[in-house]
Ligand binder design. Structure first.
Ligand code: COA
Length: 399
């Protein structure tokens, strides 16, 4: 196979979108194609051609991801596919290697993606860096443990008002949330369009705003109704009052017998607010997968909960420029990370470092899983104390 990998031209976007949809098992109709927004940042796209035909592709967008103490440029990887006729011949591997090199050349310390299957990306140095939960609960079991009274005001808003006002709430609600990525303007526009084939047989979006006692917009929920289930697309709050009011609202909509919601953070207070928390069915699953593309820049680009110095020996096959030993000096005020010759404290793979990077999993847990080797005594405890994050990593924008 004589493979050519390159960015697509504007004329090739339709073929790229059709090939991507085919690989996900959903060939688009001409009407679907006409409704689709144009592809953004084409120069970041990659397509694999075999004898001139497109047989695979991968795209990425320039995002910024929250990390403890700040945010870092991040390649948001999406539309990764290989034609079913060409699978398991190394095309994905070739695309991933090219994409990671591109990220390094652009100076993007991180790459991140949502995986269709959890077996695919570990081999390319991605680790599960956020975990989120799917929820469901039947209406009779939604009482709060303590008496509740609405203090602010709830109001339905139309798509245009949603578009104007919700992004700022999203921004404020995720300002200090490791793993959070801001939803780009064109994706907010898609929520306004609410294209019927994307509704999965459910209703159009309902958007509800919550205004606190002084009249500020402190939260919102966007949901659909599917039969007698209210399905929460997104609920964001900047105050505890908004959070309690919006969930109470979702539970109490008339003619609804159950509530379902995805992508909730694992430290959402709602389970602790319920009178009968066992009835809230919670299913955790892997959220954002993260990859440290420029390892020293990624480690130096976040702050750490405790002061410490660690020498890390990192194995990295798909980004060989990272492979080696680094000394990390970090604390609440900032960090430095440089190549080092010193004896390592911990030895691990790039994928495992990525999983621990935002604080989702501790180094101790990874060590018990046989994934991290403690070389110097006390290093696991020190690494855990440094990397832990006050808020559990969460990325509510799924791309
Ligand atoms: C997932 C997908 C992109 C893989 O492409 P591919 O070209 O077949 O992958 P490669 O040949 O480069 O595989 C590299 C390795 O990963 C393994 N692998 C790839 N996809 C896998 C999968 N879905 N399940 C298990 N293993 C997989 C291969 O077996 C191979 O392992 P090896 O190196 O030990 O031989 C392709 O199957 C696809 O398009 N699937 C449907 C769309 C999709 O899920 N895209 C991912 C979106 S996040």
């Amino acid at each position: 196979m004589d493979l050519e990998i390159r960015a697509i031209t504007p004329e090739e976007t339709e073929g790229f979108i059709r090939a991507t949809s085919m690989a996900f098992g959903q060939p688009p109709s001409d009407e679907d194609m006409a409704q689709r927004p144009s592809m953004k940042e084409l120069e970041r796209s990659l397509a694999a051609y075999d004898n001139g035909s497109m047989v695979g592709g991968a795209h990425s967008r320039s995002f910024r991801m929250k990390v403890p103490g700040g945010e870092l440029p991040t390649a948001g990887v999406l539309d990764v596919t290989v034609a079913s006729t060409h699978r398991r011949r190394g095309i994905l591997t070739a695309l991933m290697v090219d994409q990671l090199k591109g990220g390094q050349e652009r100076g993007e310390p991180l790459a991140a993606l949502f995986a269709s299957e959890s077996v695919i990306y570990g081999r390319f140095g991605y680790g599960i860096a956020t975990v989120h939960e799917r929820w469901s609960v039947d209406r009779p079991y939604t009482a709060y443990a303590t008496p509740y009274e609405l203090t602010g005001r709830l109001e339905f808003v139309g798509p245009e008002q949603m578009r104007r006002t919700f992004p700022d709430v999203y921004r404020r609600a995720t300002a200090f949330r490791p793993g959070a990525i801001e939803r780009p303007a064109d994706v907010w526009d898609l929520i306004v369009t609410d294209y019927p084939p994307d509704r999965g047989g459910a209703s159009a979006y309902f958007h509800v705003a919550y205004y606190g006692t002084v009249g500020n917009l402190d939260g919102y929920v966007s949901y659909r109704i599917n039969g007698s289930t209210l399905s929460v697309h997104e609920l964001m709050s900047t105050t505890d009052e908004a959070h309690a009011a919006l969930w109470r609202f979702c539970f109490d909509v008339d003619l609804i017998s159950s509530m379902a919601g995805g992508q909730r953070p694992v430290d959402d207070p709602l389970p602790w607010m319920m009178a009968d928390p066992r009835q809230l069915k919670r299913t955790p699953y892997d959220g954002l997968w993260v990859r440290l593309v420029d390892l020293p820049a990624a480690l130096a680009g976040r702050t750490y909960a405790s002061e410490g110095r660690l020498v890390l020996e990192v194995r990295d096959e798909s980004c060989p420029w990272n492979d080696g030993r680094y000394v990390l000096d970090g604390g609440p005020e900032g960090a430095t990370c440089r190549p080092a010759d010193a004896k390592p404290d911990l030895a691990l793979s790039a994928a495992d470092l990525a999983a621990a990077y935002l604080g989702t999993v501790s180094f101790t847990t990874l060590s018990h899983a046989g994934r991290v080797e403690q070389v110097s005594e006390g290093a696991l405890a020190l690494a855990d104390a440094m990397f832990v994050a006050a808020l559990k990593p969460w990325c509510p924008y799924i791309f």
